[in-house]
Design a binder for this molecule. Structure first.
Ligand SMILES: NC(=O)c1ccc[n+]([C@@H]2O[C@H](COP(=O)([O-])OP(=O)(O)OC[C@H]3O[C@@H](n4cnc5c(N)ncnc54)[C@H](OP(=O)(O)O)[C@@H]3O)[C@@H](O)[C@H]2O)c1
Length: 273
């Protein structure tokens, strides 16, 4: 189990990619903190993880479009106190809002979408950096949507995604020198999800691939052998690539006892199944 003893925070965990990432990481032994806007999809995911016999995750319902510095600090503190450390963050949460011309975007929608898709990943990541950087090996994953960059009608979502890529690249420049904290940007091709269905309602979901190969790649990248993947941006060709060969050095990485209590990080926890 390549993620045994590692603690990983997944945002947008109730969504298509977030759930797939959570299940893939849980199957590899990770202890998960699952952040999502709505409680119900998080509880569904909790039940799937519990039914599979994996370590019970900790749920953290949170509207990222309203996240402020204090809440982000509180989450970081709760993770420190409850887990004693963090080895990975996967930023999957996103919303496109109603797509349309820039001329039609209200200031309120602009602020909400920029906050959710760009500012919240920054606010969330910043207080976690010391904890991540104190590990022998830790990683942060940002999800781009390259189809939205500089294209008509993608509005604030496309602008935020372009900014997110810059944020990820800047962080990668600042942190990958020592190779302890790695930063990656993933640029997936369209996959089946409610976000995709909302913006392309005429598309048949069955004609799109699921998010599982992307999730499996994220899981591999976060694991010790993922260190050998030195690129900072990854796309569809990487997701279909064969397994990464195991490194002998992986045995030297830090590990911690799995958390035995299913209590939530911050007051909200799914009931025991
Ligand atoms: N699907 C594609 O074709 C595609 C292509 C390229 C990139 N991407 C990217 O892939 C990532 C995952 O998207 P997905 O396709 O899996 O979409 P999804 O199934 O709709 O998942 C999006 C997740 O974001 C969460 N979210 C939305 N607004 C939030 C808020 N205000 N606060 C907290 N969480 C919020 C949703 O939670 P609730 O359900 O509770 O609202 C949901 O769990 C996104 O970054 C997206 O931009 C997707």
């Amino acid at each position: 189990m390549t993620l045994q003893g590692r603690h990983i925070l997944v945002t947008g965990a109730g969504g298509a990619l977030g759930s797939a990432v959570a299940l893939a990481c849980a199957a590899q032994g990770a202890n998960l903190i699952l952040l999502g806007r709505r409680q119900q999809p998080l509880e569904v995911l909790y039940d799937r993880i519990a039914a599979a016999g994996y370590a019970l995750p900790h749920l953290f319902p949170c509207d990222l479009s309203k996240l402020d510095e204090d809440q982000a600090q509180t989450l970081a503190l709760a993770i420190t106190q409850q887990f004693g450390g963090l080895h990975g963050v996967v930023h999957c949460a996103a919303d496109t809002g109603a797509l349309g011309p820039i001329a039609d975007i209200t200031g309120k929608d602009w602020h909400r979408l920029l906050h959710l898709n760009l500012t919240a990943p920054f606010l969330l990541t910043r207080p976690l950096l010391p904890m991540l950087a104190s590990q022998d090996d830790a990683g942060i994953v940002f999800i781009d949507d390259p189809a939205s960059h500089g294209k008509a009608y993608w509005g604030a979502y496309g602008v935020a995604k372009a900014g997110l890529v810059q944020l990820a690249q800047t962080l990668a420049e600042e942190w990958t020198a020592g190779e302890r904290l790695r930063v990656a940007t993933l640029a997936p091709a369209p996959f089946r999800s409610s976000l995709r269905q909302r913006i392309f309602p005429g598309e048949k979901p069955a004609n799109l691939p699921g998010p599982e190969p992307i999730a499996a790649f994220i899981c591999r990248w976060l694991s010790p052998p993922g260190r050998s993947l030195t690129a900072r941006c990854f796309g569809p060709a990487d997701f279909d690539a064969p397994e990464i060969p195991q490194e002998p050095a992986a045995a030297g990485l830090s590990s911690q006892q799995p958390i035995s209590s299913p209590a939530a990080v911050s007051g909200t926890s799914a009931p025991n199944p």
